[in-house]
Design a protein around this ligand. Sequence first.
Ligand code: AMP
Ligand code: ZN
Length: 474
Amino acid sequence: MAHKFTFYNTLARRVEEFVPREEGRVSMYTCGPTVYHYAHIGNIRTYIMQDVLIKALGFAGYDVKRVMNITDVGHLSSDADTGEDKMVEGAKREHKTVMEIAKYYTDAFFADFDAVGNKRPDIIEPATNCIPEFIHMVDTLLKKDFAYVAGGNVYFDTSKLKDYYVFSSEVEKEALQVGVRDDVEEDPNKRNKTDFVLWFTKSKFEDQALKWDSPWGVGYPGWHIECSCIAMKHLGEYIDIHCGGVDNIFPHHTNEIAQSESYLGHEWCRYWFHSNHLNDKSGKMSKSKGAVLTVSVLKEKGYDPLVYRFFCLQSHYRKPLEFSYEALDQAVAAYGKLVKKVAELKEDGPVDEAVKKDFEGRFADAVCGDLNTSMAITVLIDVLKAETNGATKLALIRSFDRVLSLDLEGHAKSLSEGTSVDPEMESYILDAIERRANAKKNKDFATADAIRAELLEKGVEIKDTREGVKWQLI
Ligand code: AMP
Ligand code: ZN
């Protein structure tokens, strides 16, 4: 029996108990990145919270299968089918082909995704792999009279639905209708303002790089269709949980539901998990704003990616989170303290199973209760303070790390190894670091690099951090 699990279901507009369709199993779909630029640390916050969700479900006893798409075609700069094609925009900016851009930014995305301790989805599918599936769904929607062709494009007809704004309360619906009416760029082909493109053949992009033949002419898919098709391709007609950031609720997820349920003729997904945004002082972080702050950039500045994860876990997924270096530095200090405490623990006897069970229960209540990650960290701190032996504490830290993925134990090991070299070796390392600093000061980078290589050969890795040069044995 799985532990009781609750989270905020946007479709129900409240925290609900999660009950999957099949006992013990969860099928989950995650909207993946649009790979025209680096994923910023805000995007990565969303993927961290989703990672905690799947791992918490695992902790609760569920077997989770998760699918994610990679948007490499069709996403325009406005989510409402207007503006430039994001991939073409990226290719122009960097004088590369769209596929080169997609490959480069997909790799960069996963480097950061992995670095923050995320488990990769079981299936990852680029949109450009699924053109026949998209065409089949569009064709079926036309046959079922949920879609129409106008001006060469295929549109979904939202007037055919009883309730298009499925996520919204009556008040929000009115606000949305006003918002949609005020959309400045109008497409004269649309019968209703909320209709959206399923397949483009006539677009304003003469230079659209990726095009495929279709019954409606040579063109490319709309953005929303890819998630519906990729989810169905791998998870069948029903999914349990669909995830994304709050900006995905409208129009993306609203449109996904419209087309999927019209195609299937029944309810598609019962639980919708949305995490809130990371903002900086100037507002929501956005890829299109220019300079993109990534996990890799944080790493270059000397911040451990897992400290960024820790920073995210300290706040609740439903609240906006403001990023600042001051706040991140506080997380560095708090994380460092935890690592130090863990480094002091010893495998000093048998695990006290009763104490372990008690703390595991508290931890499960936190993570399975609307993903209360800050409470989970409090439980971890309580473990470190508890009146029990080191072996029990280490067993609990390992157990919690199945969800938190903070690798406190790994960091604690390198901390103790880093200081456990003999004094002669230590003075050699410190001397080499000083020689390297002098070389750098004199702009003699060749010597500086040679010293780094010399240390590496002796099994010592050095890192330049904001707090100075750090070293560890590898
Ligand atoms: P994109 O690559 O722009 O399609 O976004 C990838 C994911 O990041 C989506 O699930 C978005 O909802 C989410 N996202 C976008 N901006 C932010 C932000 N500032 N903070 C957190 N998540 C975001
Ligand atoms: Zn999606």
